[in-house]
Ligand binder design. Sequence first.
Ligand code: NAD
Ligand code: DAU
Length: 340
Amino acid sequence: MKLLVTGGAGFIGSNFVLYMLQQHRDYEIVNVDALTYAGNLENIKAIEQNPKHTFVKADICDAAKMDELIGQGVDIVVNFAAESHVDRSILEPDVFVKTNVLGTQALLDAAKKHNVTKFVQVSTDEVYGTLGETGLFTEETPLTPNSPYSASKAGGDLLVRAYQETFGLPVNITRCSNNYGPYQFPEKLIPLIISKALNDQPLPVYGDGLNIRDWLYVEDHCSAIDLVIHEGVNGEVYNIGGNNERTNLHIIRTILEQLGKPESLITYVQERPGHDRRYGIDPAKIMTELGWKPKHNFETGIRETIAWYLDNKEWWTRIQSVKYEPYYAKQYSQRFEGTQ
Ligand code: NAD
Ligand code: DAU
């Protein structure tokens, strides 16, 4: 079996490639990543010499390159490559549309031409918009994205659906809730809070801190995608989540407690425009139809994650100093103004 995995130098993609090479030792993986600010070859250093893994630096929008690579006997395409950070999409929406919509289309065209046996689009629960105090996202929830990021992911999803309906391409779309774990870029809430708290710096909390996210340990997301690749019914959407809804303040307080840092670091800053209030996944379909079950609960997952960031300080300090400081200054200087 030959897989083409895109975005495999990013957070979830790198965890997925490492996971798949462990689970399926005879599979061959071509890992395509443009190495944007979020891509990092250090994430896949452990498989540098693995003959079953080939890394190709390329942009998924490069249709000719995707055609060439998928034309070399690829059976399955798994598309993780994306611009993934909501705050960046508010500053620069155009690159989100380019990669998340047009890049997906370039991959779909190549997959169609070369008759792949499965195309898995790794999407997000954010395409469903926001929930009130009750209810959960199911696969039937209408798409009502609220940020340029989620709108561009919804655009990609609709193209994937259309290629199944129009051309009979065998596809699945997965929509997962918030991931956390090793190798997450420190712009996202959990690694941002861990790294700032370790440096005794203010922790920026948007709004009242009571927005809710539904957290899933990254390895559980990987096992769900592995299952969808092999057992997913063509054309179906699968929501992925582990029923771990927490407010942002709960997450931050848990991290502070485990690091032995004071709550006085919590700093309420300017709200994120269009900030979704609550996400919550109903995972009944993937659990009952495909038999998926997460292995980690939030309490063990967050402990392991904090331990990983403590053990891998060099990994995130290098990213922060090389790729992150100018962005942080631009994104947060105004947010901190006039707040306490
Ligand atoms: P990430 O930002 O950490 O990684 C994205 C990777 O894609 C990077 O390695 C980057 O270099 C690469 N990339 C970006 N543009 C590219 C392009 N044009 N061509 C080739 N490679 C490109 O993101 P992540 O958090 O690992 O998310 C991966 C996927 O999972 C995304 O599609 C995202 O929408 C989805 N997702 C993420 C979460 C989450 O909580 N992080 C939850 C659900 C779904
Ligand atoms: O739900 C899945 C999505 O989860 C993925 O599709 C996205 O790629 C991923 O980035 C994530 O989106 P969120 O916007 O939920 O994640 P983020 O880590 O940016 O923020 C989580 C919550 O924390 C959100 O309510 C905003 C808040 N937050 C975030 C940052 C970065 C803060 O209060 N302060 C911050 O500095």
